[in-house]
Design a protein around this ligand. Structure first.
Ligand SMILES: [Fe+2]
Length: 230
């Protein structure tokens, strides 16, 4: 992804969060200079990868296959420094913008439609021990009520709806066409995107950035490089 596209996506996303009255922490708007000025106070943000996460899953077409996330809080597994057992993210999903099918070996996550359009989630029965799908039916909790789905079934989350995803629930999601962009919340156990995503179709979790202009904001996984030079 080019830096110029990333700058534009982040400006548009800040405007959408404002329009939805979802307030972000101060570092959401930090420039590179702001990050450097605060460099003695960033250890938790860097260690837990808080902040912006924009990906095309290695496909290079953000509007087609992509996701914008902001990690608001997180902990670290087996860490006495960061014992928090929970995490929270806020995301923006556009109409027909696909997040590819994946599951998490460890993380449990509630996906919540916090407003805007409708979120379509396709669900597949996964076998985390075999790193793949296993087919068949499975139980799942939608809005706190358990139902049984067959692998490949879709659910539609309208504003206010939520689903509780466990490691056996592989998921692929996108915004319903014609219904608008969606503000999507995620409340979960601790999150480690470097090790805990099993993509069924082997897509990548992070993109390389091509520097064609200066960064207006930094992604969570590049703060250390820009601020500490490593
Ligand atoms: Fe997920």
């Amino acid at each position: 992804m080019k830096r110029s596209e990333l700058n534009r996506i982040l400006d548009n996303s800040l405007a959408f969060f404002d329009a939805m009255h979802f307030l972000l922490p101060p570092f959401a708007r930090f420039s590179v200079d702001d990050w450097r000025r605060n460099k003695d106070h960033l250890q938790e943000i860097i260690d837990l990868q808080l902040g912006w996460d924009v990906t095309t899953f290695g496909m290079g077409d953000f509007n087609k296959v992509g996701l914008l996330l902001f990690t608001l809080r997180n902990g670290k597994l087996n860490s006495s420094v960061y014992p928090k057992p929970y995490a929270e993210k806020i995301m923006i999903v556009q109409e027909n913008q696909v997040t590819p099918c994946h599951f998490h070996w460890n993380k449990r996550e509630d996906i919540i439609n916090r407003g805007g359009g409708n979120l379509i989630i396709e669900l597949y029965h996964a076998d985390p021990a075999k790193n793949g799908l296993c087919g068949g039916s499975f139980p799942i909790s939608v809005n706190g009520m358990t139902r049984t789905l067959n692998t490949g079934d879709r659910i539609v989350l309208t504003p206010g709806d939520s689903v509780a995803l466990e490691p056996i629930h592989a998921h692929r999601f996108y915004g319903e066409p014609g219904k608008g962009t969606i503000l999507v919340g995620e409340v979960s156990s601790v999150n480690d995107d470097t090790t805990d995503n099993c993509f069924i179709d082997k897509t990548a979790r992070f993109d390389d950035i091509e520097e064609d202009e200066s960064p207006k904001y930094l992604l969570a996984n590049e703060i250390q490089k820009f601020v500490c030079g490593r």
